[in-house]
Design a protein around this ligand. Structure first.
Ligand code: HAM
Length: 415
C-alpha cells in the first residue's frame, strides 16, 4: 500500500525540537506574566472575511497565502495566518472594546508560502497585544517586552528595526509626494507592485523589485513628514532601549500587513539566512473599527518560534539533564517504580528515564550513555537488600557512590 506523507511545509516536530519549543514557550510565558499580561486563546479557524478586512486586500497573506475553504454550509472559512485579527475580533464580539486589555497568545498559524529554511506553511507564533492604549507609554512598554526577550534569550546578534508610519495626515502628505516621485520612474512595475500602487502605495516601499527599491531609496522618506511627537517617540525608544539592544531606524520598513498605523518594528538576526526576521509588530489603531468595533487604539507584536528556535540552536542551548534509572531483576520493579515517582516529584526539571526491562546491566548502561544521561541510578541485588541505590556518574570523573533512599532524594533535588 502507498505510504501517506505530511503536507509540504508542515513538518512533524520531534524530540530535540519539541523540547526547544517547549523551553522557549516557558521562557516567553514567564516574561509575559512578569508584564502582567493575560493569556488568550482564539480559534484556529475564522471566517475568511476577518482576514480580508484586517490583514488587508493588498497583503500577500490574503492574496496568495491564505488557506481557505467552504464548509458544508458553503461558508468561507480560513486557517488563521496570524493572531492579531482573531484577538481583536474576540474583544469586539464580547463588547470589551471599551476597556484596556493586555494579552498574549501562542499557537499554530498557517500561510501558503514557498517552504525554505525558517519558512513553513504551519508555524508557531507567540504574540502580545496591548488593546485600548493610545500612542505613548504603551509603545515603550511593548518595546520593553521585546527587549526582555532579547536579554532573557541572549539574542546578542539580533537587531531591532523601527519606523513610524505617521497618522492619516502625515500618510496623506507623504503618499502624494511618493506618487509624484514615482511618475519619474522609468522601469516597469510588476503585477504585484501595480496592485500595491492601486490599493496601498505605502506597501511599495516593501517591493522585492531591485530597480524599484533602488529608485525608492533615493525618493521621499516618511521620516521627513513625521510630527515632532512621532519623531520624539522614535528618539525615546532609541535612548531608553538602545543600551540593551541594537536599534536601527529604517524608513523603508512598512510591514506586510495592511492594518498598521503608527510605530512599526521588526527584529532580524544574522543567524537566520534569507528569512532573517523573527519578530514583527506595530500599532494598529483602526483595526477595531474596521472589524465593526469601537475606537480602540492598540499595539502588539508576534515572534516566530521556529525562527527563534533556529537562532537558539545556533547558540547550543542546553536542555534538561537526563538520568537513567535501571534495575537488574524484575522483582525490584514495584519498589523501583515507587522510588522513580518520588524522585520525579522532587525535581520536575530532570528527565528521568526508567529502564526496568529484562536486558542486561551492560546493555542498559550502553543505552543510558546513548541517551546522553548524566547519571545512572542502579538498583541491583545488593542495593535491593540494603535499601540503597548506586549512583554512577557519566562525567569524565566517572565516580560511583552508594546512597540511602533519603540521600538520593536530597541528591536528586539539587542536580
Ligand atoms: P508577521 O511579521 O507576519 O506579523 O509575523 C510575525 C513572525 O512570525 C515573523 O517575524 C516570523 O518569525 C514568523 N513567521 C511569519 N511567517 C512565517 C512562516 N511562513 N514560517 C515561519 N515563521 C513565520 C504578524 O503576524 C502580526 N500579527 C504581528 C503583530 C501582532 N502585529 C501586531 N500585533
Amino acid at each position: 500500500m502507498d505510504k501517506i506523507s505530511s503536507i509540504r511545509g508542515m513538518p512533524d516536530v520531534f524530540e530535540s525540537d519539541t523540547n526547544y519549543l517547549a523551553e522557549l514557550n516557558e521562557v516567553l510565558s514567564k516574561i509575559f506574566l512578569s508584564h502582567n499580561l493575560n493569556e488568550v486563546n482564539t480559534p484556529i479557524l475564522e471566517q475568511t472575511e476577518l482576514f480580508v478586512r484586517s490583514t488587508g486586500v493588498t497583503s500577500d497573506i490574503v492574496n496568495k497565502e491564505i488557506y481557505s475553504f467552504n464548509d458544508r454550509n458553503e461558508q468561507s472559512l480560513s486557517l488563521r495566518p496570524e493572531g492579531t485579527a482573531g484577538v481583536v475580533r474576540s474583544i469586539v464580539q464580547k463588547k470589551l472594546d471599551n476597556a484596556e486589555h493586555k494579552l498574549w497568545y501562542q499557537g499554530p498559524m498557517f500561510r501558503y508560502e514557498r517552504p525554505q529554511k525558517g519558512r513553513f506553511r504551519q508555524f508557531n507564533q507567540a504574540g502580545v497585544e496591548l488593546l485600548g492604549f493610545e500612542e505613548g507609554s504603551s509603545d515603550l512598554e511593548i518595546i520593553s517586552i521585546v527587549c526582555d526577550i532579547f536579554i532573557e534569550l541572549e539574542l546578542e546578534d539580533a537587531v531591532l528595526r523601527i519606523n513610524h508610519l505617521g497618522d492619516k495626515d502625515t500618510k496623506e502628505k507623504f503618499l502624494s509626494e511618493l506618487l509624484r516621485y514615482l511618475k519619474s520612474y522609468k522601469g516597469n512595475l510588476n503585477e504585484n507592485d501595480k496592485e500595491k500602487l492601486n490599493k496601498n502605495p505605502l506597501r511599495l516601499l516593501d517591493s522585492k523589485d531591485v530597480d524599484l527599491k533602488e529608485f525608492l531609496d533615493k525618493g521621499p522618506k516618511i521620516i521627513d513628514f513625521l510630527s515632532p511627537e512621532q519623531l520624539n517617540l522614535l528618539d525615546k525608544i532609541q535612548s531608553i532601549f538602545g543600551k540593551y539592544v541594537e536599534i536601527e531606524l529604517d524608513s523603508s520598513l512598512v510591514r506586510g500587513l495592511d492594518y498598521y498605523t503608527g510605530l512599526v518594528f521588526e527584529a532580524v538576526s544574522s543567524n537566520l539566512g534569507a528569512q532573517d526576521s523573527f519578530l514583527g509588530g506595530g500599532r494598529y489603531d483602526d483595526l477595531s473599527k474596521d472589524l465593526g468595533g469601537k475606537e480602540m487604539p492598540a499595539i502588539g507584536f508576534a515572534i516566530g518560534l521556529e525562527r527563534l528556535n533556529l537562532i537558539k540552536k545556533h547558540k547550543n542551548i542546553k536542555s534538561n539533564k537526563v538520568i537513567s534509572f535501571v534495575t537488574t531483576s524484575s522483582k525490584m520493579n514495584a519498589l523501583a517504580f515507587k522510588i522513580a515517582q518520588l524522585l520525579r516529584s522532587h525535581n520536575y526539571d530532570i528527565r528521568l528515564e526508567t529502564n526496568f526491562t529484562d536486558a542486561s546491566l551492560k546493555a542498559k548502561l550502553r543505552k543510558a550513555s546513548k541517551l546522553g544521561a548524566k547519571f545512572v541510578f542502579i538498583m541491583g541485588e545488593e542495593e535491593f537488600e540494603s535499601d540503597t541505590i548506586t549512583v554512577k556518574s557519566f562525567d569524565e570523573d566517572g565516580y560511583q557512590v552508594n546512597m540511602s533512599f533519603d540521600e538520593i532524594l536530597d541528591f536528586y533535588k539539587d542536580i
